[in-house]
Design a protein around this ligand. Sequence first.
Ligand code: UT7
Length: 350
Amino acid sequence: MSATAGSPTPRHAVLSAVAGWLPPCVVTNDELALRLDTDDAWIRTRTGIRRRHRAGPGQATSDLAVEAGRRAVDLDGSGAVDAVIVATTTPDRTCPATAPLVASRLGLRGVAAFDVSAVCTGFVYGLASASGLIAAGVARRVLLVGADVYSAIVDPDDRANAVIFGDGAGAVVLRAGEAAEPGAVGYFDLGSDGSHEDLIMVAAGGSRRRVPDAAGGHHFTMRGREVYRHAVTRMARSARSTLDQAGLKPRDVALFVPHQANLRILRSVADELGVPRERCATHVETAGNTGAASIPLALADIASRRDLPARRPVLLTAFGGGLTWGSCLLSWPGPRTPHHPPHQRADTPV
Ligand code: UT7
């Protein structure tokens, strides 16, 4: 990579475009209550979720990722994406990764492509990875997609999880730019604690418990109440640590975008951190918990609904299986942030 003397090649990741895509099939709480021992009131009171989207038969994570990715790449408009990262818990296959297929289907042949596996923290880990590729001069434009098809791994008869999770994809393009530019991706805090791996898992199918396995274990399991407690404390701590690095206070945050796990969790984290609730993104009501897609979907939603001025601090924080957690502070690109709203026709504001 060459640089003109006196003007070093910019190597700071800057947000260039954001897009979301939700599969058209919408599942309401009442529809779930037809097959499960649950009801709309329980789901809304405990989770804030009113509906979620579900991938169609035969629709895999790469299909959703391509939809969101194509929109982000088109909005970016440069035609110069040279790396693709897919953050997902539900790759099309255990092997190979989903990102090379997504890159290829987007016509991005020959580019670097790999998956990030950090469950619901995957998008924030992916942002850090993309920023690192740009900082190292390995890539100049990265497509990062968070995509999950939880309906492929959640037991439809497991009322605790079936009501929470939805399918979707969100994507951003990051380009090499300057740290002072609007859209610059700033400080990070990433962490993990593998001693709690049992709280969120798919037990079978990997090298530990192999398939075919007569004992089952191929469904997603989560010890919800314990995860809830960890989620609130870990996200609040990680978010605070990121603000400390930047020398900012919670009141300086223009927009707080936590992983859309559960409305009660989002509000608890905002309260614990001291960010006013009205500055907290709440996309979970209409899409459920979409795993690695939840933060980019929320960003696409915000870009389509709010006129946030350029350079306002936006704080992302996530938590997921592993356990993993992570936060990122970025400066908002501006009121005309190139975006594609995640909404299908049925997905109007609640
Ligand atoms: O994205 C990765 C991170 N994930 C999260 O952060 C999710 C964290 N956890 C949660 O969101 C919540 O723990 C849940 C929504 C999963 C559950 O809410 P909760 O308020 O923690 O409920 P609970 O697990 O303590 O269960 C309370 C009761 C139980 O009945 P008993 O034992 O008190 O008789 C459950 O069996 O609610 C029952 N229950 C339900 N009832 C009606 C569980 N699911 C349902 C349901 N409908 N869908």
